[in-house]
Ligand binder design. Structure first.
Ligand SMILES: [Zn+2]
Ligand SMILES: [Zn+2]
Length: 391
């Protein structure tokens, strides 16, 4: 379970990139610099033994020192949810749950999912568009139904994930394996680098959003009401569903389904797919995740252009329901300042750094990662382009 910070594509002793794609890059990226500094520290610490003799520095010294501990309350919460999922599934496959209960559950998964994708992700994590307060309020309620912590905490970790992607500081670093990236990170103590980087990521915009801070403050009663109370009581009160069945289906099955779809973005969409926009990062384009997560499976694109409110290049709403949702509210005037990327910039980027699934290329580079619009490291060219395109 020890985290692996030694990216084989990075040679800390030079500015050359030695990936398995026989390519080269011109300058060290932020990621490379972080890994270099981490290894340098290890070298300094271990370069001499007790007798002052020179010794070979051990690889991944920083990582070896960290042993994650299980956070038992979080572990048992996950265990309960996933066992509860099986119980609820049994009520569904044996047709003991009423049809309206099934439809209600599907509706809740879909509606609360938009709270994650259009709310916690594209709006609050990435500032990829702006929303007037009625839409923010709606998204806050929808997001709360998911039960995936408050939007501030969710966005906080997500910004750290983008800014320090696949390093020790990434909360669900996919280099630590599928299970860790999927669910392990939820019940294991975070790497000290995660804790350190959480402290320096800019969250001032969300601290100034009264709706976000209100939800954070009253999260526990809101959880009781919106994650358990209303989902379970509506079937019981309105179509006389057995309250026990309503609990296992409308709470645990629903909760665990949404949770795992979100987890798939961190695991599957960092492992299985192609990399048209940057072949040197792990995030991939994955159609299945895009369908399940309403447009969030275009993850290679999203990590390269995290300020794009569409989180993907495809214009089709069928594979990006969330974009359709935001565009619909833009017509109402509740969503505005939608940031995007021009086809020319996408083509240039894909031709230069992509894996060739769109354009053939033999170049390689790794741009400085940013967490979204508002990150001080976003390039001037990108800022000018965003300003030109947004409406
Ligand atoms: Zn993101
Ligand atoms: Zn990611």
């Amino acid at each position: 379970m020890a985290p692996d910070i030694a990216d084989p594509s990075v040679d800390p002793t030079s500015h050359q990139c030695s990936s398995n794609t026989s390519t080269s890059c011109t300058a060290p990226s932020v990621v490379q610099q972080r890994i270099v500094s981490s290894d340098t520290k290890a070298n300094l610490v271990r370069s001499k033994d007790d007798n002052n003799n020179q010794i070979e520095p051990k690889e991944n010294a920083t990582s070896e020192e960290f042993r994650p501990q299980i956070r038992w309350p979080d572990f048992f919460a996950q265990l309960f949810l996933h066992l509860g999922f099986l119980i609820g599934l049994w009520y569904l496959v044996t047709l003991q749950a009423k049809l309206y209960t099934v439809l209600w559950t599907i509706f809740l998964v879909w509606a609360s999912g938009l709270g994650i994708t259009a709310g916690a992700h594209r709006l609050w994590s990435h500032k990829s568009y702006k929303a007037k307060w009625p839409l923010r309020l709606l998204l806050m309620f929808l997001f709360t139904i998911c039960g995936q912590r408050d939007a501030y905490t969710w966005a906080h970790d997500h910004r750290v994930h983008h800014k320090y992607s696949e390093t020790d500081a990434d909360p669900h670093n996919a280099k630590r394996g599928f299970f860790f990236a999927h669910v392990g990170w939820v019940f294991l103590t975070p790497h000290p680098e995660v804790v350190a980087k959480r402290k320096i990521i800019d969250m001032s915009d969300l601290e100034a959003d009264p709706i976000v801070m209100w939800q954070k403050r009253y999260y526990i009663p809101l959880f009781a009401l919106l994650v358990i109370g209303i989902p379970v009581l509506v079937p019981y009160l309105y179509w006389s569903e057995n309250v026990w069945i309503a609990f296992w289906v409308c709470f645990t099955v629903r909760f665990t389904t949404t949770l795992n779809i979100a987890f798939f973005v961190n695991s599957v969409a960092h492992m299985f797919g192609n990399r048209p926009y940057d072949k040197n990062i792990s995030p991939v384009e994955n159609l299945s995740v895009a369908i399940a997560a309403m447009g969030e499976g275009w993850h290679n694109y999203h990590h390269v252009f995290p300020w794009d409110y569409k989180t993907g290049e495809l214009g089709s709403y069928m594979f990006n329901v969330t974009t359709g949702f935001i565009d619909a509210f833009a017509k109402l005037g509740w969503a505005y300042d939608r940031k995007s990327v021009s086809p020319q910039i996408i083509e240039r980027r894909a031709a230069k750094y992509g894996d060739g699934t769109r354009f053939l290329t033999d170049e390689c580079a790794h741009k400085d990662p940013v967490w979204g619009f508002g990150d001080k490291d976003i390039s001037k060219d990108d800022l000018d382009e965003i300003e030109m395109l947004q409406n």
